[in-house]
Write a protein that binds this ligand. Structure first.
Ligand code: HEC
Ligand code: HEC
Ligand code: HEC
Ligand code: HEC
Length: 213
C-alpha cells in the first residue's frame, strides 16, 4: 500500500517538474526573437560581423540613425530603393513608397543592403540572397502596404472592417500612423505563429481580421 502511494507521489512530482521545465522554455523562446531567423547573432558570420548581440542588428540604445525616425532607435543600413508598387483595378487604397516599419523590413528583405550593415558599417557581402525570403525591389506581386487604412477606406471598399483606431485594426493587429505596414501582419520579434505572424493564419484567420470575405 505504502509503495503504491510513494509511486503516485513520484508520478505527480515528475509531471510537475515536466510542466515547470516546459513553461520555462516557453518563457525563453515563445514570444521571443531568441533562436529565430531574426536572431542574426547565431549565424556563422554573426559574431564575426562585429557583435554577439541580437538587437544591435536593428536597434541601438545610443546614436541611432536618423533616416528612419518611425522605427525606434533604428540602427540598420536603410534601403534607398524606388520600389515598383502594387496596383489593381479594384484597389481603393492609395499606395505609396514603403515607409516606416515596412522600409525597415525591406532594408534586409529587398536584398540591396547587407544583413549585418549596422551602426557605422557601410557594406557587407551577407545579403539575404535569392529565394522566397527576398522580396526584391518589385512589390507589385505582394500584398499592398504603406497606405492609410481608415473608416473611409473600409466604407469605399465594402469588404473591410473599419479600424477601431489609427493605431490598430483590432487588438493584436497594429497600424502605424494610421497606415497598414508589413508589421500589421508580421511580428518581427515573435515567431510563435510562423512565419513571424501577428496571428495564426490557419483557416486564413489573419486575413479575416481585416477582410470581410
Ligand atoms: C530584424 C530586425 C530587428 C531586431 C533584430 C530587433 N528588432 Fe525591435 N523592432 C524592429 C522593427 C522593424 C520595429 C518597428 C516595427 C514593429 O514594431 O514591428 C521594432 C520595434 C521595437 C520596439 C517598439 C515596438 C514594440 O514592439 O514594443 C521595441 C521596444 C523593440 N523593437 C525592441 C527590440 C529588442 C529589445 C530587440 C532585441 C532583443 C529587438 N527589438 C530586435 C526590428 C527589429
Ligand atoms: C537585419 C535584417 C532583417 C530585417 C531588418 C528584417 N528581417 Fe526578416 N529575415 C531576415 C533573415 C536573414 C531571414 C531568414 C532568411 C533565410 O533564412 O535565408 C528573415 C526571415 C523572415 C521571415 C520568414 C521566417 C520563416 O521562418 O519563414 C519573415 C516572415 C520575415 N523575415 C519578416 C520580416 C518583417 C516583416 C520585417 C520587418 C518588420 C523583417 N523581416 C525585418 C532578416 C531581416
Ligand atoms: C496581409 C498580410 C501580410 C503583409 C502586409 C505582409 N506579409 Fe509577409 N507573409 C504573410 C503571410 C500570411 C506569410 C506566409 C505565407 C505562406 O505561408 O505561404 C508571409 C510570408 C512572408 C515571408 C516568408 C517567405 C514566404 O513567401 O513565405 C517573408 C520574408 C515576408 N512575408 C516578408 C514580408 C515583408 C518584408 C512585408 C512588407 C513588405 C510583408 N511580408 C507583408 C502576410 C503578410
Ligand atoms: C491588417 C489588415 C489586413 C490583413 C491582415 C490582410 N489584408 Fe488584404 N488588404 C487590406 C486592405 C486594407 C487592403 C486594401 C483594399 C483596397 O484598397 O481595395 C487589402 C488588399 C488586399 C487585396 C487586393 C485587393 C484589390 O482590390 O486589389 C487582396 C487580394 C488581399 N488584400 C488579400 C489578403 C489575404 C489573402 C490576406 C491574408 C494572407 C490579407 N489580405 C490580409 C487589409 C488586410
Amino acid at each position: 500500500m505504502k509503495g503504491v502511494k510513494l509511486l503516485w507521489i513520484g508520478f505527480v512530482f515528475f509531471l510537475a517538474t515536466g510542466l515547470m521545465v516546459s513553461s520555462h522554455l516557453n518563457g525563453v523562446y515563445a514570444g521571443s526573437i531568441v533562436g529565430t531567423k531574426h536572431d542574426l547573432s547565431i549565424r556563422s558570420w554573426g559574431a564575426g560581423s562585429g557583435s554577439n548581440q541580437i538587437c544591435i542588428f536593428c536597434h541601438t540604445p545610443h546614436n541611432a540613425r536618423t533616416d528612419l525616425p518611425e522605427v525606434p532607435l533604428w540602427n540598420h543600413g536603410t534601403t534607398t530603393t524606388n520600389f515598383n508598387l502594387y496596383t489593381s483595378p479594384t484597389l481603393d487604397a492609395t499606395v505609396g513608397q514603403p515607409n516606416g516599419a515596412s522600409k525597415a523590413c525591406l532594408s534586409c528583405h529587398d536584398g540591396t543592403v547587407g544583413l549585418d550593415v549596422f551602426g557605422e558599417k557601410a557594406s557587407s557581402p551577407h545579403t539575404i540572397g535569392a529565394g522566397r525570403f527576398n522580396l526584391g525591389t518589385d512589390l507589385s506581386n505582394d500584398h499592398p502596404i504603406s497606405f492609410t487604412y481608415d473608416a473611409a477606406l473600409a466604407a469605399k471598399d465594402k469588404g473591410l472592417y473599419a479600424p477601431v483606431g489609427a493605431d490598430k485594426v483590432v487588438e493584436g493587429i497594429p497600424l502605424y500612423y494610421g497606415k497598414m505596414e508589413c508589421s500589421s501582419c508580421h511580428s518581427v520579434h515573435d515567431n510563435t505563429n510562423q512565419p513571424f505572424l501577428r496571428h495564426t493564419n490557419v483557416g486564413s484567420a489573419l486575413c479575416l481580421k481585416c477582410h470581410i470575405k
